[in-house]
Design a binder for this molecule. Structure first.
Ligand SMILES: [Zn+2]
Length: 159
């Protein structure tokens, strides 16, 4: 089996919640093995509260179906961290209008989130921004607004 072809196919599977970014760029794909029983893909889901895990596993199985049987293994330890997002992934998040995690601030608790540095607007780079809500379209993100251009944007919380 040509694993390079499998890898290329896997690299094109988008995240169901943020289609601008692939699963590989988000750091969700942790391993790819060819076994006697077929392919095994190891995934570490992002935030445990994210409901997309089953969807992600289905997308991976569908994308690799042409290579034969695919087993998806969920690996929850070590837990996923926003540090695993690749530089390309961060770039794409920014272009998509979501500010990528700025730094690792510990356990994602409210206190840690409140310690975040001021975010720059992904559209106009304005430095005057305010948090509107601790939660965005998913629990993984918070909603912010740029005071300079008035546009709302989302922030991918670091964990
Ligand atoms: Zn702005």
């Amino acid at each position: 089996m040509n694993l390079d072809r499998v890898r290329a196919k896997l690299a094109a599977v988008p995240d169901p919640e943020i289609p601008a970014v692939s699963l590989v760029e988000l750091g969700i794909v942790r391993g790819l093995h060819a076994t006697d029983a077929g392919l095994e893909v190891v995934l570490t889901p992002t935030y445990s509260g994210c409901p997309a895990t089953e969807l992600i596993a289905d997308d991976v199985r569908a994308a690799l179906a042409e290579f034969g049987p695919v087993t998806v293994t969920l690996q929850r330890v070590p837990v996923w961290t926003t540090d695993w997002i690749t530089p390309e992934g961060r770039e794409k998040l920014q272009q998509y209008g979501i500010v990528p995690p700025q730094c690792h601030v510990g356990d994602g608790s409210e206190q840690a989130i409140l310690m975040l540095p001021r975010l720059r607007c992904p559209r106009c780079s304005g430095a005057a921004t305010e948090q509107l809500s601790r939660f965005g379209s998913t629990p993984c993100k918070s909603t912010w607004r740029c005071i300079e251009c008035g546009e709302p944007f989302e922030y991918f919380k670091p964990i």
